[in-house]
Design a binder for this molecule. Sequence first.
Ligand code: A2P
Length: 217
Amino acid sequence: GPLEEISLPLFFGWFLLSSVQDKVRCTSMDFLKTLDTLEAFKKHLSDFTGKAEKEVDLEQYFQAKGTLHCTTKFCDYGKAPGAKEYAQNTAVKDYYGSAFELSLSALFVTPRTVGARVSLTEEQLLLWPADAIEEAGSASLPLGSRAHITLGCAENVEPVQTGLDLLEILTLQQDGQQGEPIEEMELGSLTYYGEGRWLLTLREPICTPARFSSFYG
Ligand code: A2P
């Protein structure tokens, strides 16, 4: 009935504990600050500004979007396809409210979004919607490839874009595009995939506690 539909959230996901949110934000800010100063980044600045000469302050360019989280299922209060089925899934019910440790394996930046890739464990994949159609181009990416945390969006860009940007990079990799290795940074190795797409593969994944829950807004 209508009450049941109303009881579905905007989305389900893992919510980072507030004590680690600042740490992850700081790491992301540090990365943006460093990226900004690299000659290789300046060479491709027009990806971000549309003009070769202009400067860009990446820390200003991206705006933070609410509590840091990794969306598992966007339900749109029940309007999204598969929302009801997801909410009724045994794993979703059993794990609701449980604590997990998320592994952030990479940071990525595009002219639209900045995000962290989340590498899910087998157990965490039980909470990934089984009907997930990995949308960008190649459909053969492994389940859960889209898992990410949105760290910021450019002006007028919605957070849903972050997952699509990640899928785009992973699709390029899967299609055999190695990208252009730029340099070894303190946090890991930086690769450029063209059109303003930068990927920092972390040497040591960032492990962060997060609770599986939902957001109503
Ligand atoms: P993300 O998970 O990339 O951060 P909004 O505030 O725009 O309604 O979005 C709420 C959350 O749900 C955000 O975290 C957002 O993106 C995610 N989201 C929004 N739309 C979709 C969608 N169509 N598919 C998957 N996730 C979505």
